[in-house]
Design a protein around this ligand. Structure first.
Ligand SMILES: [Zn+2]
Length: 286
């Protein structure tokens, strides 16, 4: 993908190389302070302590400092991620305007290494890239893409990262359009197999949205980019993952869709560029 020298999004949170240890020490200190305050103020209510606790919280956050400098390669991949995010902002702002969907609320892109705390709980690098609807943020440990290559046999390349980012942005779109909460509601009214089927449809729609984004970003695509995306989609299909981890395939437990389905929906979005073509739900449920 042609990306150098283009706009980078300001909605980035780069937490790579950040210490979480400092936070723990500060936490211990804060508890000490609270106990001290309780001793001093004795009968004070918790409400009176609230401003103090808030201050402590703020100082705790500022304790999280970068423990090491990022390498040149890490800096570059961060700039690439910021450019992809900017591209998704441009495309989705325009699509929302054109389809009268209201304002596109831009999500935040968090880069982390090893572990991260999110509005959806703590996560480690092993959980892979994810989107948290509670804080409108997508979280990514970029070492995932080494694993995609070595463990899942994808061909790799920068567009694999772009595709996965655009897929997570797809979940953001589903969240702000209300699709995700509808899916959760329906899942509560059905059995496990039915819930999985809904989950597959939701995932495939995120792949479709990634394709729609790629369609509107065509000016910056280079030869081989779409193949990189398809190769990544192929590698992270449920059937491919199950075959590798279990040696057999059990469609009822699919939650993301087969490699074929993932490629199909990405390409449908890429070819049409039209968000109205992305009803993965009726096609699957009929
Ligand atoms: Zn997904």
């Amino acid at each position: 993908m042609k990306w150098k020298g283009r706009r980078q999004s300001g909605n980035m949170e780069d937490r790579r190389g950040m210490s979480t240890g400092g936070k723990v020490i500060a936490g211990g200190g804060a508890i000490g302070i609270i106990i001290l305050l309780l001793q001093i103020f004795g009968g004070e209510t918790a409400q009176n302590l609230a401003p103090v606790l808030e201050q402590i919280n703020q100082s705790q956050q500022s304790q999280e400092v970068r423990q090491r400098e990022l390498t040149v390669q890490e800096q570059e991949i961060g700039e690439f991620a910021a450019t992809i995010l900017a591209d998704t902002e441009d495309v989705w702002n325009q699509i929302f305007r054109e389809n009268n969907l209201g304002d596109y609320q831009e999500p935040t892109f968090v880069l982390f290494s090893d572990a991260v705390s999110s509005g959806c709980g703590n996560a480690s690098a092993a959980s892979g890239p994810f989107y948290c609807p509670a804080d409108y943020k997508l979280y990514m440990d970029l070492t995932f893409f080494d694993e995609l290559k070595t463990r899942f046999g994808a061909q790799g390349g920068d567009f694999a990262i772009a595709y996965v980012t655009a897929h997570e942005i797809g979940h953001h779109i589903q969240t702000i359009l209300g699709t995700s909460s509808k899916v959760r509601q329906l899942q509560q009214q059905t059995n496990q197999a039915g819930a999985n089927e809904l989950s597959v449809a939701q995932e495939l729609q995120a792949d479709f949205y990634a394709g729609v984004w790629a369609h509107h970003n065509q000016d910056y695509l280079e030869e081989g980019d779409i193949d990189e995306a398809l190769s990544a989609a192929n590698a992270v299909g449920d059937d491919a993952i199950q075959r590798r981890t279990q040696g057999s395939v059990n469609p009822d437990s699919f939650t993301h869709g087969t490699s074929e389905q993932r490629k199909y929906w990405f390409m449908k979005g890429y070819k049409t560029g039209d968000i109205r073509q992305g009803d993965t739900f009726s096609e699957l449920l009929n």
